[in-house]
Write a protein that binds this ligand. Structure first.
Ligand code: TRP
Length: 329
């Protein structure tokens, strides 16, 4: 059994791509491992959210993950800021993280470009905080996408550096969690690439049916039907890919035939697609709304999660302090 840590951005609202991709894998992963899932709400302070927004985002994202089946009875589900031990480890790790290596981080350089008016020290040390999140539970595995690969590499380096500095084998060097089978990739509605939050091409689980219809109707297609027998263009194929996941096989077959006969009407296809998306997401949308309005339930989940996470984290801090040389008198 591996120890797995996964941080969830507090602005990381779930879209269809997550729902049919990563989340499926998380549900499997939580059964087979000792999983810690947390909302990374300290990290989100780098963008200076308003207090009310900070809380609303945490509540929403937490509700979405719970609604999708992340099970607080099975995994440890907590809010990062409920576990202050993380900040102590962050401080300790900062003492041997070098400004040069932090400045060379791809994500930091990107932030400098994107928000030149707010290049704060939290951005610079973001990878150190992420490393603290991971090694505070002495995790072996982290399910991260390509965009986080460098942060994970830095985590490995910080863990190794600590071990070398103190001549111990204390922190494991965590690897990327390998899901074995391929992730289902859901394309966006803008005709190219995969669905993503920052791409602005997504359908979110919390979108209302009205919003879903509006987004799907605006999806990129071709201006007219293809000539008979022609292969679907990339934007049209993208809609078929989504349809494969949400619609009945007979529906897909019907529109495939219409397409290859050269008589397809994309408006009809998109109307059907929107209704099918609404239908498959309806139960989870209801669960999200139900959970997010149940403050008593959420309070119980985060309190229990914090207790379990703190038990693990405080043990690490105790041992780390001992290794570093903080001793009782
Ligand atoms: N940086 C991650 C992201 O942007 C979120 C995150 C914070 C994280 N701490 C983590 C992910 C620890 C995995 C493990 O998505």
């Amino acid at each position: 059994m591996e120890t797995v840590v996964s941080g969830i951005r507090s602005t990381g609202n779930l879209h269809l791509g997550n729902y049919f991709g990563a989340i499926r894998n998380f549900l499997k992963m939580q059964k087979e491992n000792n999983c810690f899932f947390f909302i990374a709400d300290y990290h989100s302070l780098t963008t200076h959210p308003k207090p009310a927004d900070l809380h609303a985002n945490i509540r929403q994202v937490l509700s979405e993950y719970l609604a999708c089946g992340i099970d607080p009875e099975v995994a440890t589900v907590y809010v990062q800021s409920d576990v202050p031990e993380v900040t102590e480890l962050y401080l300790l790790l900062n003492m041997n993280a070098y400004v040069g290596e932090l400045e060379r981080t791809v994500s930091f350089k990107e932030k400098i470009r994107k928000q030149p008016d707010n290049i704060n020290a939290g951005l610079l040390t973001y990878p150190v905080l992420m490393a603290a999140d991971i090694i505070i539970h002495r995790a072996n595995k982290v399910p991260v996408g390509q965009d986080q690969a460098q942060h994970l590499e830095m985590t490995r380096r910080f863990a190794r550096r600590f071990n070398t500095m103190y001549g111990v084998e204390y922190f494991p060097e965590p690897d990327a969690y390998n899901f074995g089978r391929k992730l289902i990739k859901i394309p966006g509605l803008d005709g190219s690439g995969k669905m993503g939050k920052s791409e602005g091409n997504g359908i979110f689980l919390a979108d209302t049916p009205g919003e879903i219809r509006k987004k799907v109707i605006r999806a990129v297609t071709d201006t007219g039907p293809a000539t008979p027998g022609e292969k679907p263009s990339v934007p049209v194929q993208n809609l078929f890919t989504i349809m494969n996941v949400v619609s009945d096989p007979s529906t897909v077959k019907y529109f495939r035939e219409q397409h290859s006969l050269g008589v397809i009407r994309y408006g009809d296809m998109k109307k059907q697609l929107a209704e099918d998306i609404i239908k498959v997401t309806e139960p989870v949308r209801e669960r999200i709304n139900q959970i997010s309005s149940d403050s008593a339930y959420l309070a119980r989940v985060v309190a229990e999660g914090a207790e379990k996470a703190r038990a693990s984290a405080s043990r690490t801090i105790r041992e780390v302090r001992e290794i570093i040389g903080y001793r009782p008198f």
